[in-house]
Design a protein around this ligand. Sequence first.
Ligand SMILES: NC(=O)C1=CN([C@@H]2O[C@H](COP(=O)(O)OP(=O)(O)OC[C@H]3O[C@@H](n4cnc5c(N)ncnc54)[C@H](O)[C@@H]3O)[C@@H](O)[C@H]2O)C=CC1
Ligand SMILES: O=C(O)C(=O)COP(=O)(O)O
Length: 665
Amino acid sequence: MNVSRDSKFYIIKSPSRFCWIEIKEKQKNKKTKTKNRETSMASSACTKPSFPSTFIVSSSKPKSKLCNVSFNNKTSTIAIFRGLSHSNSPNFQRSLVVNNVLKTVDPAQTSVLSSSSEDVGVRATILVSEKLGDAGIQVLRRFGHVECAYDLSQEELCTKISCCDALIVRSGTKVTREVFEAAKGRLKVVGRAGVGIDNVDLQAATEFGCLVVNAPTANTIAAAEHGIALLAAMARNVAQADASIKAGKWERNKYVGVSMVGKTLAVMGFGKVGSEVARRAKGLGMNVIAHDPYAPADRARAVGVDLVSFDEAISTADFISLHMPLTPTTNKIFNDNTFAKMKKGVRIVNVARGGVIDEDALVRALDSGMVAQAALDVFTEEPPSKDSKLVQHQNVTVTPHLGASTKEAQEGVAIEIAEAVLGALKGELSATAVNAPMVAPEVLTELSPYVVLAEKLGRLAVQLVCGGNGIKSVKVVYRSARGPDDLDTRLLRAMVTKGIIEPISNTIVNLVNADFIAKQKGLRISEERVVVDSSPELPVDSIQVQISSVESKFASAVSEGGQISIEGKVKFGVPHLTCVGSFDVDVSLEGNLILCRQVDQPGMIGRVGNILAEQNVNVNFMSVGRTSRGKKAIMAIGVDEEPNKDALHNIGTVPAIEEFVFLKL
Ligand SMILES: NC(=O)C1=CN([C@@H]2O[C@H](COP(=O)(O)OP(=O)(O)OC[C@H]3O[C@@H](n4cnc5c(N)ncnc54)[C@H](O)[C@@H]3O)[C@@H](O)[C@H]2O)C=CC1
Ligand SMILES: O=C(O)C(=O)COP(=O)(O)O
């Protein structure tokens, strides 16, 4: 990027095809006014209200990356970076220099451009809508343009989101279907800087192909410590006594508490937080039991805790501490019925989610004395209304959702989520994905060449289909020496689906939405595993993609069973096509592919090779498979360039060639 002198002005020149430019609105002050005397517009062929299609900028320093520009009577600072954009301003616009002409770009297109042009290295835009630890923000800034905008209304969030590649939230931002709709496909990842994802519409995220990741471990201890803090504060009336003394009273008899030692604590939800609460409560001399329908008994035994039924837990406990997620099953699981089954005078702590308690029922239970006290960090609606009977109840201790709010936890969560979001933006699979299969890094490394193979086979298979009946049924057959437990095929299935759907629609398919999109398009993808006697070192020996009940534009691709069938293997890390219909071939799946069926006779490779060479098409691989000598043969030719119409026509005129097809990989 040059900013060259022309009279008083500097003209933007871009040696690269694309260059991102960011406009930052600047307040007019005396200083900028002076500079602006030199600023002028070259053109105002501007169709959009505030932005010209080409212009000349001035700069006080030649070759500066910061220039002043004036248009529509506004002064702006323009920051020019080759392939980068950066601004803290919420009012920035992205524009593009193409052949030295500055153009405005529809924000919705920006991700398409960035992914189609690697040399651009465009920085992702990451919106952080709630307070995130600085360490995480620093990590994010190394990779993307980070905008921190807190307390956005739902409308403001929807407006901003269409310019964002990633959104990072805590529990206060409702990421609804509306938000995903407003993102118009640009939003690639939502990062929840914490555990609970009940504020994110996961179904909508999945439908829109947006990955949701969370930071599940960094705030566990903070939440557990807060649970214990509330338990002790409630038992000893700390909050009430504090308020009383500050109100000028000295009520020693009123705030006599209860002891915790020897009492039974029921931990409801024996996950990360629940088990840490249990460990700590045992240290306080409590008898701890737990209820969790999904927790392994040996994990509980290791902490010295008995797993019991829901009813047993709530009916025997003196204290109940809630640590389950808010789901349709746990919604208001503590209600009039369940309070009625509790031991009279029970004390309840909730640092999980407000929604697991029917709050009106809890008020009734408190009023009747069934529940002696409650200590609540979370509420159905946050913040709760000022006159909430529950919050105002004298036997209730409240904190404003502080479970995760320690310095240590917030730094940890911020780094954990920043890394997860950046990984997702780079296209890596996340270990903390909430709406996509989690794939361990070592599994991913092992599977990565097969992922490429799976997508290319899908892409090839769909191009072999002709006729307008639509594809209804696809079968993926994996031949492998490994048993089903040692081979996770979700990723491979998703990539076959991507390969099949993307060439025939404008839908972007990824690991998140593959199954959903397939279902939506009425495409049934079934899988079969065949155990073969190959090396168990390799996860997969071969992948075969079959499309049934369709016609093929290349009849030889139809197997004896009547389906289009192609098969591939990974050889030395490179995906190869190894079988087309009933013909064995061996061609690396790089560049593009020509498949020809011919009468097996000498000189065929040379003839087709010459036709391609005449048109400057480079052959990178060639393989011939035949049924038997002198009969039918399939020639698979890998080509770097796309042959033009003449070349394809000339191949078709070679008398021994009975059919051929050109396929793009
Ligand atoms: N107040 C705060 O600031 C914080 C709140 N939390 C909340 O605490 C809860 C637990 O978090 P983690 O332990 O990290 O999650 P986790 O996923 O490790 O544990 C949740 C446990 O609940 C169990 N569970 C699910 N349905 C259940 C049911 N019907 N009955 C009993 N148990 C059930 C699960 O099997 C799992 O073991 C979540 O709701 C989370 O959002 C977490 C961190 C901070
Ligand atoms: O991690 C969780 O589930 C929490 O509830 C913490 O919420 P927060 O990030 O503090 O809004």
